[in-house]
Design a protein around this ligand. Sequence first.
Ligand code: UDP
Length: 522
Amino acid sequence: KKTGIRTSLSSLYEAISNTSSPAVKFIRTRVERMSERWIQAGLKMRQSSNKTVSTQMRVLLYPGALAGNVGQHFEAMVERGGPLGELVQWADLSVCLTILGHDLTFSTSKHQLHSLIGAAPGRGSCPIQRPLTFDLIYTDYHGLAHLQGAMGLAFQHYQCRFRILDSFGTEPAFNFPSYARSHGFNTLWGSWSLQPLQYMTMFPHTPDNSFLGFVSEEAVKKELREDEFKPEGYKKDKIAVVYGKQDYMWQGKSGYVKVISEELETHATVYQPHPSTLPSFIKNHGLLTQEHFLGLLRRAKVFVGLGFPYEGPAPIEAIALGCVFLQPKFDPPHSSENNDFYKGKPTTRQISSQHPYAEEFIGKPYVWTVNVTNKTDIQEAVKAILSTEVKPFTPQEFTCVGMLERVHGYITHQNFCSKSVPTWPPESALRMHLGPLGQSCISVCRRSSLLCEPALFYHLNTPAAFTRLGLACSSTVQEVNHMFPSYSPWGRRCGLQQEPLLFSCAGSDSSHRRLCPCRATI
Ligand code: UDP
């Protein structure tokens, strides 16, 4: 069945009508608040492109973090300062798929999952497998385990239809079980043998995964009438808002916050059931609804990161509303090796600040990353921020149109059920690069303003690729190794990849020069 852009969200409201769940209520309120922007973006996309007609997908959305025992805990925390970033993403994904015309089922119940996709009870202990009626299932790591329980043997057969919302990302070395076990990449998560591109991240962490993202706020309500917008609209009060919904996030940060409060009236949105443990000079509003929180950011000049939570949506919203984001630098960087939060996460990433995306891809004048143990550094940053006028800024990838185009691209082109070599993007997009020792293809491609594209690894995993790069191999081996294809200058050894699941943009070590499949960034 063919489908096109929808201009009504009524089918989505039916799918998310369970208002007894605080999490679903958060999702629904967000969808309602942003509905007009999404519909306008859909219309814009329909006008500007003739490729918006596509095959209608039957899609199941199953946020496993909201189901079962884990779900009970998550739900209990929604109104007490618990994480909301995942909910932001589920809300935006479900609107996006609705606008693109797909057919959605939304469930947060393990019990319902069984009736939607489970095997039918058969005779004795032998359940009858039913064909899966969904073309795509979006879930998360918790949900994967539930799906496995419900589907039994069919799980493996259908896993190519899964998409996993995975905020922090899963690198290939952690995804392939036997390799992960024997090479020290075994973690709490990981090891499901999916295609790495089936994992969808909150920010563009590694191109080995698909960047899903979310949609940020907008300073101008009327998206289409920017000409009407006067600079007065950006007028800011001399206030700072501290980023951190729970008071444990403030521990050890009072000196830093004090320095800021000497220059700006300092506000917070900390959930507080008990008498306040916050410094007396802080104006705490308690946890706010998203609408009121964003209203506060509209008035604020600075959004102050305390170091936790890591890599959330709030700093992107703050910058979109004209705030400057001031955040701690981490030196040495945080990682799964030295940090409890990242421990067990399937990534080798080195987290150089609270929000590396904001630091690297946005930067000054919107983002200031400072050593918060140095009073002078903080004072100088605050002074510089106060003397600079900064306009609201939203990276294109965090707008409604940006997300619609991206998700439409994934749905149209990503097919993990086909056994043939991926044909998207086409081989003509390949820009082959040879990296220096110790560098991953993520940084090799980025240095040339390009992007590592894992689907193109197939085209350079051949002896001919080494020749084209002017490398004379004295020997060529084929191995299961996430550094391969690569070149080792000692003995001029060339290595080809034997296991396609281990093609990795993220892998790097000091004895291999990686062969990198780069492409232009769009
Ligand atoms: N937020 C909110 N009320 C508040 C503070 C934040 O609704 O008092 C929202 C905010 O708009 C953002 C979401 O919570 O979209 C997630 O915020 P954060 O970046 O803190 O990520 P988290 O750690 O919650 O995943």
